[in-house]
Design a protein around this ligand. Structure first.
Ligand code: AMP
Length: 354
């Protein structure tokens, strides 16, 4: 049995704890604001459920144990978009054209990146926060200077993500590419796996393998990409379990949470087998509806948070043995939900070509 201490105790930490049970691992998510510090013993393994953290007594205490902390160097590179993008460039992995922002006026950035471009905060942004769409006329406030990067707008067909894992001896394994729907920068749904993107799987695996090996990484690493024709452009990396991998809880013979725990603890990994097709729907600002449990193939994960607009409070995985059997349960569940879930339903219908 390993004791695995997790920096953070949000839903990802809790789902790691849940996945630790059959492995007989004692997984201990840490509340970052807690006043009491856990005593770290030499055999403990430290990992994260988030890549950005404030300086608190708890985070200081965990960072003091750097040698037991899985992937700490990789996390420090990836938690800043500037160093993350520079690493991707260094490894010749394609991304959206980008540049760090200093004093450049929007007119100059528009010349470099096109009429419409995007500013992204170097750290701390998530779920579409910390982003601003700009044109040559935008006045860029001092708050963005030195703290963000500019990126060209990509006219992508679809967004996909690859969740990969690397074990202590350097073996790498991957789930199939999943297709994601974002609305206003926030992930709303993920579908795995779409036959039309299977031809991109080896390209994606090559890209992620380079990163896993570059960082001598141990654990789960997620890579979000834009699909442009036959090419993948990396949008973002997450050095942890990722929302776009939640479908693996119902759609694979072991989930990304179990994969991460096995990799960091030295428990062997194997190629995860997928089971049918899975649609993951994020529950954003919606109340729990017991009717969801009555839908065959559905698996509801409720995080126990107070429901607020734009707040992620749970997710539902709907699994079916094939495409045609997903349409009905997906529309039964999605039609109980308010706007913008009508857009999610349209997206699902288009993917399933109903
Ligand atoms: P991010 O915070 O980088 O994951 O971005 C959130 C979402 O904003 C992405 O999933 C895309 O839907 C959109 N987005 C981000 N970067 C770009 C870009 N360069 N061009 C077009 N859309 C983007």
């Amino acid at each position: 049995m390993s004791r695995i201490v997790v920096l953070g105790d949000g839903q990802l930490g809790k789902m790691l704890k849940h996945a630790g049970m059959p492995l007989n691992h004692d997984v201990l998510p840490q509340n970052l604001d807690s006043e009491s510090l856990i005593a770290i013993s030499p055999n403990d393994i430290l990992t994260v459920e988030r890549e950005h953290w404030p300086t608190t007594a708890v985070t200081d205490h965990l960072e003091d144990h750097a040698s037991q902390f899985a992937n700490l160097d990789a996390i420090r590179v990836m938690n800043d978009r500037k160093t993350q993008k520079a690493t991707l460039d260094h490894l010749n992995i394609s991304t959206a054209p980008w540049a760090p922002i200093d004093q450049q006026p929007a007119t100059e950035l528009a010349q470099q990146f096109g009429q419409r471009f995007l500013l992204k905060k170097r750290s701390g942004g998530y779920d579409g926060r910390g982003q601003m769409w700009c044109t040559a006329e935008t006045i860029i406030d001092a708050e963005w200077q030195g703290t963000s990067i500019a990126e060209a707008a990509i006219g992508f067909e679809e967004e996909v993500s690859l969740v990969g894992m690397r074990d202590a001896t350097g073996n790498v394994f991957f789930y199939p590419l999943a297709t994601n729907l974002h609305i206003d920068g926030q992930l709303m749904a993920t579908f795995a796996d779409l036959p039309k993107y299977r031809s991109l799987q080896s390209q994606a695996e090559e890209m992620l393998t380079k990163l896993l090996e570059h960082f001598d990484y141990r654990g789960v690493l997620a890579m979000e990409c834009f699909v442009v024709g036959e090419q993948l452009l990396v949008n973002e990396l997450a050095p942890r379990v990722h929302n776009s991998g939640h479908w693996t809880q119902a759609g694979a013979h072991f989930s990304q949470f179990e994969a991460h725990l096995r990799a960091v603890s030295g428990t062997p990994l194997s190629q995860p087998k997928t089971v049918g097709n899975t649609l993951m729907i994020n529950l954003v600002g919606v109340d729990l509806d017991p009717a969801w449990y009555a839908v065959s193939g559905s698996q509801v994960w409720w995080y126990g948070k107070e429901v607020r607009t734009a707040r992620k409070v749970g997710h539902i995985n709907i699994n079916a043995d094939d495409f045609s059997n997903l349409a009905d349960p997906a529309s039964t569940i999605l039609s109980t939900m308010p706007k913008p879930y009508d857009e999610v339903l349209d997206w699902v219908k288009e993917l399933l070509a109903i």
